[in-house]
Write a protein that binds this ligand. Sequence first.
Ligand SMILES: Cc1cc2nc3c(=O)[nH]c(=O)nc-3n(C[C@H](O)[C@H](O)[C@H](O)COP(=O)(O)OP(=O)(O)OC[C@H]3O[C@@H](n4cnc5c(N)ncnc54)[C@H](O)[C@@H]3O)c2cc1C
Length: 495
Amino acid sequence: MTTQAELLDTLRQITGAPHVLYDGDLSAYTQDWRKRAQGKALAVVRPASVQEVADIVKACAAAGTSLVPQGGNTGLAVGSVPDESGRQVVLSLQRMNAVRAIDAANLTITVESGCILQNLQQTAEKAGFLFPLSLAAEGSCTIGGNLATNAGGTQVLRYGNARDLCLGLEVVNAQGEIWHGLSGLRKDNTGYDLRDLFVGSEGTLGIITAATLKLYPQPAARLTAWAGLPSMEAAVTLLGLAHQHLGAGLTGFEVMGQFALSLVDKHFPQLRVPFIEASATNASQAGSNGSNAPAVGSVAMPYCVLLENSDSESEAHARERFEQLLETAFDQGCVLDAVVAENLSQAKALWHIRESIPLAQAEEGLNVKHDISIAVSRIPEFVEVTDALLRQRIDGVRLVNFGHLGDGNLHYNVQAPEGGDAKAFLHDHEDEVNTLVYDSVARFDGSISAEHGVGSLKTDKLPLYKSAVALSMMHAIKKGLDPQNIMNPGRIVKL
Ligand SMILES: Cc1cc2nc3c(=O)[nH]c(=O)nc-3n(C[C@H](O)[C@H](O)[C@H](O)COP(=O)(O)OP(=O)(O)OC[C@H]3O[C@@H](n4cnc5c(N)ncnc54)[C@H](O)[C@@H]3O)c2cc1C
């Protein structure tokens, strides 16, 4: 049996001593982004090549030591940090960040998994292409983490999620073998799709060390609009109109409840949120179906929508199509007021408001977060029913509702009553709120994790909301590929 000291020695031989960290402040690797979990690692290992990753996995397997793969540690499901035992090794991919190749004719880019998403976007842009995956954590998350969580973000409507953008993978499996699957083929029906198995597996089946990804032509113009709406139903109607008018040009459709926006207004007043009253924070607990909703002037606008139109012809063409869409929407009463960004910096400012909602919410205090998906057509009813249930159950509860409506994905979060003690609220109500929301999601045939994954946060919930047959197949896959249970154990499924 290998001792811990012997394992550390072997790891140092593989990567060089400076890349095996085990003392000093390791919290950047052991604490999750939302500070919900603080683990303890035997060591943090930072390999520089796929061969080093393979050797590390073999050494850990021989020692019976489990591994937690980690990219940028921005995951929101507590899947990238070690447990509290002090016996797990964190395998950080940060040093493996090279761009290996761009194939312009095949429209692909091959990168190592530790490549920061923003660097990948910029590299593609310099080569004259678009890599469309985009999310608020793009300055620090890695493509390996994006693929391992099958990240979504703001462009899914047009380009799909991380899975849809991936054509091939290089993976080190739980036995320390290297699977070279970076072919970049768009068609390959030679049996089970291993790529799709590893995408979204959250480090529980193997370690993604590189990926071949799709590139797209850069759009000729991108326009952003912000619209004030009378209801969630109106948002769904507007989405349908946007599909009709903009076709494949519709690249973003984000919905934001007034209370979510009022928190941005309250905590980041310099951002100047359109169509909001300064008093909206206090008035915010209106029904999200529009009754008693905060008003701008005398008109109630309980929801705002951020739309993005990417046009392959010209900015003038994009503007014309946007104007036609908004005119139709005004005529049908689903848009009450709208602004179209005049230039890139105005567009960025509007997106910045949307991206600031999670931070504003954090400033307001601890809250219970949900990342759910429901068929778009059923979202208005889901929100109405679930809002009412929560309000009946907890007096004064505040609902922060925003998300990627175009993908049927809501961040449906629950905040303590105004002035209440957020910690005590979580202690008293977190389980109750989760059960109420997830039961409601289940009644609407939705998913309890649309894009953040399962991690440790939802592992215990999965058996309650996933079919027994699906779970049993997932267990079989985990046992088959990782019989020793050394790859991020306890996440997604427990063996
Ligand atoms: C401000 C903010 C906004 C966000 N917005 C979105 C959003 O719009 N859409 C969305 O989908 N997500 C969003 N997220 C969460 C999202 O999952 C992560 O930001 C990102 O995809 C994770 O990348 P990472 O490199 O930080 O992975 P980490 O946090 O390091 O890891 C996440 C999971 O992947 C595993 N993993 C990491 N790298 C590898 C690898 N190379 N091989 C195998 N497993 C690996 C880890 O073990 C862990 O289970 C957001 C997060 C933040 C903080």
